[in-house]
Ligand binder design. Sequence first.
Ligand code: SAH
Ligand code: SF4
Length: 369
Amino acid sequence: MTSPYDLTREDVATLLEGEPRYRVDQVWRALWEENRPVAAMTTLPRAVRQRLDDALTPALRAVNEVASDLGATRKWVFELSGGATVETVLMTYDDRVTVCVSSQAGCAMGCSFCATGQAGFTRSLRVGEVLEQVMVAARVAAPRRLSHVVFMGMGEPLANYAVTVEALRRLHENRGLSARHLTVSTVGVAPAIERLADEGLAVTLALSLHAANDDTRSELIPLNQRYPLARLSAALAYWNERTSRRVSLEWALIDGVNDTEQSLDELAAFATPLRAHVNLIPLNPTPGYLTRGSPPARVAAFRDGLARRGVNATVRRTRGRSIDAACGQLVNVTHARRGRLRVDDGVNSPARVDVDGGLLGRTRGPTAP
Ligand code: SAH
Ligand code: SF4
């Protein structure tokens, strides 16, 4: 099964062999600029469309779509070939439109506080499967232009390294997204961070730190045993040096675990030499981890404590909690949530449920150009 977004330009040329050269350009534009599914490439002769249609199949089938924040946050559950599912979240802000994509169905890293980690690993995604998430979201965001892509959905992007790098390149080169608006979030695969630094891609790197002492971090994030803080810090210093870009450190505040004075000192000691920016969010609830997120007053106090220590920090507003679309709440439904899904049987006609009650009008279908 090949998705149109698995194809390079050369692949399109091969597929259209015998057709005039401008057809290749036309199809390429339809895919990347106009963002049309093959069926909607209506300016192509029927025979050409048929050729594409015979060779290509969309990689994603939307089985559910929900919205919250008055429609500003939308989450899709997409089924992949073979039956695994992934989740994609579109967030519309005043100044940007961001899509959060999954790089794997499930995740093998087993972080204790993360719903994806709790559910286990199914498989890594192909490049077309990652890119289609972006393109489907961009269609729904229109006429707003989708401007930012964050690899913060399900999976560890650096554990699906080649696909992640290829997807980043194509989003930049084919879709024209600014590299700095592409963010890779990693749990800390140190050698892969160094390799990514050598790729010559000026993307943004976010490290999910959450604890800056090895005992606590290893409890939260098993991979810390393999790449402890000193190793990570070296990889991040290399990133700074090679890319001249500062990293962001993600810190989900957990009540009594990583929101103490000691945590502040440890985090400041880790962040300061890297001149890193810290993003704070209260931990979102997941079924398999019982400690709560820090209360709002504690979150604000933690930010102030960082400021006093000279560390830049931002408190992020949580989006999509009510639809389990917030950080760490995405889960492979084939494992855990089949029963809660509203599945529609029509291809590409997901149940559109607004959690505030009403069914959403189907004014902009996810596959309409
Ligand atoms: N695997 C990558 C990217 C996906 S997770 C990574 O771990 O970075 C995206 C972000 O959500 C990470 O920063 C992760 O630490 C965070 N996260 C996971 N579970 C969370 C939870 N329950 N509450 C808040 N953030 C969480
Ligand atoms: Fe995987 Fe990231 Fe969740 Fe850890 S936090 S289990 S690395 S998705």
